[in-house]
Design a binder for this molecule. Structure first.
Ligand code: ADP
Ligand code: MG
Length: 638
């Protein structure tokens, strides 16, 4: 029997238990606040899995797609069913473990959260397995049984349509286009801390066209190195790396503080308006506003130009002194004796800056030489007559050209084919070069194809001597944006389209090395069909459905067959080695000392297949396609 509730009681809010899926989605929105938080979690998982190479692809600022691939230990098949459930982790089993936790993850929430606000697909293979597994998740659960598939070592996690079910969040994010920048920023930070891991981050290649506009190259591209300074140089550029001072501090008095710190801080020559503070505490990328402020104050008080600093710092404390569990995204940690530590670091930085102020010219000279930069052939040296060093003392800093004379990127012409001045000389010197190359590589004399020679002749006949001179003699100043580089020649400044220039360079290299390429041997040969499938999938992410998959499968199969048929020619002319089972094991070196971006190999193979299909004959073969293997080298020196 129902009892009529009195009027006022009806209006009182009633407490009810929320549906579990609502709870999960709310919690997920907190852990994954923006696309960049998902990237950070995924990269941290890859680092926890002992990866040495991590590559990230981001579409539409991460809303359409985030894909993180690593070469870590992978995920066991039997763990896949609970992988994306909330609070499932391999890193923590009891609360006390938190005291000594070394891994970055421990809550087992990240992947689960992603499945509540996006579509997650995991492809993984563990050591010793013949094949990997792929499975998709929604709301913490597998959508189907894991499917066996070919896989390369490690794990690939794909998050699509992030926040598809959180309209408001999606809208705010769509309006702000800066998440890609944030993602690049986070990866740059990881890259300079984990220097034994190589990182890359880029937008997907939609088509060849995109590449031509320079949109598909990696925006972070670091290779494993043993020097922190090299890593900083390759990620943040020479202008940062050359102006850094090494800093170290420690304390081991339990009544005061216990910590070890090392890092790099910018000196007085470094003048920018915005602080960059890269801080790792016990190998966690964190923020510490108090420390940042403390250091900014020192910089504005000590340096004449009141510049904002660039700071990289890694602080190691006993694990029990750090509470890692104070922030939902683990962005902040709390430290024992925080004030003491900050004060100590602050006064050290202050004294170092004062010293660096007193010895500005010294600083500059010690960092000028960069031993890690590959040296350039000596016949170039006459083009750059002024040795570095002696000059730099007199020129005021603000008038100095930002370049390093031992940096090959500073001299574009170093890579360009030099046309002999005298036309009569040309033929003989060409043949001489070719035969010496041939001798060096000990190759058979098969490739003096007239068609290739004709293409070379076209290049030579079109060569503009004025422009050639500029490219030869210019000094690289810096990148003006993603595509244009500033070059200085005599008293003129030029904007050069580096993408076009690099493509032309690669094209010319291919022609001149035709049938005489040196080889890059892949550590494991890779199945063509699988690679082409990858490329097709990345190309058309918008289209869904099985029918489409079938079509892609057919295209991949066809392209593989075609490439297999042409394997002999590909090997002889282009040093692309494909075995009878359709595995790729060798690629050509287009530019010495340049390792192409292996992420682009699937795309390259797809284009190769398509080119063959449409053009077939070698005479009109578009050699430019090979340049796809190289994204332009100059952006490294930004
Ligand atoms: P947590 O990192 O806190 O453990 P996550 O939800 O991020 O939680 O990941 C859950 C588990 O999935 C991890 O504990 C780990 O065992 C496994 N995992 C996630 N990503 C990877 C990866 N890239 N490689 C290997 N294992 C992974
Ligand atoms: Mg994690």
């Amino acid at each position: 029997m129902d009892i009529e509730a009195p009027e006022e009681a009806k209006e009182l809010p009633k407490i009810q238990r929320l549906d579990e899926s609502v709870v999960n989605r709310i919690a997920a929105g907190e852990v994954i606040q923006r696309p960049v938080s998902a990237v950070k979690e995924l990269v941290e998982n890859s680092l926890d899995a002992s990866s040495t190479s991590i590559s990230v692809v981001v579409k539409d600022g991460g809303l359409k797609l985030i894909q993180v691939s690593d070469d870590g230990h992978g995920i066991r098949h039997e763990d896949l069913p609970i992988l994306c459930e909330r609070h499932t982790t391999s890193k923590l089993s009891k609360y006390e473990d938190l005291q000594s936790i070394k891994s970055m993850g421990f809550r087992g929430e990240a992947l689960a959260s992603m499945t509540y606000v996006g579509h997650v697909t995991v492809t993984t293979i563990t050591k010793g397995q013949l094949h990997g597994y792929r499975v998709s998740y929604r709301d913490g659960m597998m959508e189907h049984e894991p499917k066996a598939c070919a896989a390369v070592k490690g794990t690939q996690i794909m998050v699509e349509n992030l926040f598809y079910n959180m309209i408001a969040r999606r809208k705010t994010l769509q309006n702000s286009a800066d998440d890609y920048t944030k993602i690049v920023d986070v990866l740059s930070r990881f890259a300079i801390h984990h220097i034994d891991v190589s990182f890359s981050c880029r937008k997907p290649f939609l088509s060849l066209l995109c590449y031509q506009h320079g949109a598909a190259r990696a925006d972070v591209h670091s290779v494993a190195t043993s020097s922190r300074l090299d890593a900083i140089r390759s990620v943040y550029g020479l202008s940062v790396a050359r102006n850094l001072i090494k800093i170290e501090a420690s304390d081991n008095d339990p009544s005061r503080s216990v910590f070890e710190m090392d890092g790099f801080i910018s000196n007085s020559n470094y003048v920018v308006k915005k602080t960059t503070m890269v801080l790792f505490i016990n190998d966690r990328l964190v923020e510490c506003t108090a420390l940042k402020r403390a250091l900014e104050i020192v910089y504005s008080a000590t340096l004449p130009k009141a510049s904002k600093p660039f700071i990289y710092m890694s602080i190691i404390l006993p694990p029990e002194h750090v509470d890692v569990n104070v922030h939902p995204t683990k962005r902040e940690v709390s430290l024992l004796n925080q004030e003491v530590i900050i004060e100590k670091i602050q006064s050290l930085v202050e004294s170092m800056l004062r010293n660096s102020n007193d010895s500005r010219t010294f600083q500059e000279q010690t960092v000028e030489s960069s031993p890690s930069v590959p040296s350039i052939t000596n016949n170039e040296s006459h083009l750059n007559p002024s040795p570095s060093g002696s000059k730099s003392q007199k020129v005021p800093v603000h008038k100095m050209v930002r370049t390093d004379s031992s940096d090959p990127a500073g001299r574009l012409h170093a890579y360009l084919y030099k046309k002999p001045q005298n036309h009569l000389e040309m033929n003989s010197s060409l043949t001489a070069v070719r035969s010496s190359v041939r001798q060096r590589r000990n190759l058979k004399e098969t490739a003096d194809l007239t068609s290739v020679q004709e293409l070379i002749d076209v290049i030579d006949s079109k060569c503009h001597s004025g422009l050639l001179d500029i490219v030869r003699q210019c000094t690289y100043v810096g990148m003006a944006d993603d595509v244009f580089a500033l070059l200085q020649h005599n008293t003129h400044l030029y904007l050069a389209n580096v993408v076009n220039l690099s493509k032309e360079l690669m094209y010319q290299q291919v022609l001149r090395r035709f049938a005489h390429f040196n080889a890059i041997q892949l550590s494991e040969s890779a199945p063509l069909q699988e690679l082409i499938m990858l490329a097709l999938k990345e190309e058309e992410l918008d289209l869904e459905g099985n029918e489409n998959d079938d079509l892609k499968m057919k295209i991949a199969e066809m392209n593989t067959q075609l490439l297999k048929q042409k394997a002999e020619m590909l090997e002889e002319y282009f040093c692309i080695f494909i075995d009878s089972d359709g595995n790729l094991s060798r690629l050509p070196i287009l530019l010495d000392q340049y390792t192409p971006d292996m992420d682009r190999v699937p795309e390259f193979l797809l284009c190769l297949g398509n080119d063959m299909l449409h053009q077939g004959s070698i005479c009109c073969f578009n050699l430019g396609f090979i340049s796809l293997l190289c994204h332009h080298h100059l952006h490294h020196c930004r």
